[in-house]
Design a protein around this ligand. Structure first.
Ligand code: SF4
Length: 252
């Protein structure tokens, strides 16, 4: 008995108390910072090493929806490009994932673009069905971690469910392979209205390194309104959790 109590005391509190303010390793690659003084030559060099065309070769901006956070650009130009450990990079406007040189603004949800019914209906409880559409299981593992004892997303009534008929929305991971496109559409159709669509991870947002592959079918995200983009390769649980909390208007 005393032994168990001693272990419990040693472990301390297992859950993260404030998911909004949790500090994170400085090694984490989050929101990038690009110097406003970056030269055209440097931009061209950085764009050339980027494996996924995330750097615009004329403006020097970085698209977080494409970036795989390999940091090759920052290794090449440490004076001009860096990555902060700011994990709050989810948003609902695809254009807000473009980080321009000299830009040090936080990535935020655009309140005006949130569908009215989302906050009216789902603020107290949100059930999500996850579909791995050709994913590599990395984002899937991080999403599962969102519900573990540390992150405990369930404290806000937000959970993953097995059936789309019990879900309020869909969380898509992976670049959406041809073989999964029909299954994805069927899953989406089975969810009752109004349904939320979340793209989690670089692959889901832009197809990442698989862009242009004949094995990829991007018709689903092109056809449907996307409620939340969660960048990351893979996504960090705190990025996902904070993105959903912002979308639902949960402050703490
Ligand atoms: S960190 Fe992102 S922008 Fe930089 S080279 Fe890698 S993928 Fe491209």
């Amino acid at each position: 008995m005393f032994k168990e109590l001693k272990i419990l005391r040693h472990h301390g509190k297992q859950y993260i108390k404030d998911l909004r303010k949790q500090s994170i390793s400085p090694l984490f690659r989050g929101r990038p910072l690009i110097s406003g003084k970056i030269s055209e030559e440097e931009i061209r060099a950085a764009a050339a090493v980027c494996p996924v065309r995330a750097i615009d070769s004329s403006s020097g901006s970085i698209d977080l929806g494409r970036c795989v956070f390999c940091k090759e650009c920052a290794f090449l130009l440490p004076e001009s490009i860096g990555f902060t450990n700011d994990y709050r990079i989810a948003c609902n406007d695809r254009n807000d994932l473009i980080i321009k040189p000299g830009d040090n603004n936080l990535v935020k949800i655009n309140e005006k673009k949130i569908r009215k019914e989302i906050r009216e209906i789902f603020k107290g409880a949100l059930k999500l069905r996850q579909v791995s559409a050709g994913g590599d299981n990395s984002c899937e593992m991080e999403l599962a971690a969102s519900c573990n004892v540390n992150f405990d997303l369930g404290r806000y009534g937000i959970d993953f469910v097995a059936s789309p008929r019990h879900a309020d929305g869909i969380v898509i991971t992976g670049p959406i392979s041809v073989n999964m496109s029909r299954a994805l559409e069927l899953t989406y159709e089975a969810i009752p209205e109004p349904k939320i669509i979340i793209l989690a991870g670089t692959d889901a947002i832009s197809s990442g390194i698989f862009e242009g592959s004949p094995a990829i079918d991007r018709r689903f995200p092109e056809k449907h309104h996307i409620d939340l983009f969660v960048p990351g390769n893979p996504v960090h649980p705190l990025t996902f959790i904070n993105g959903i909390m912002d979308l639902l208007g949960i402050r703490k």
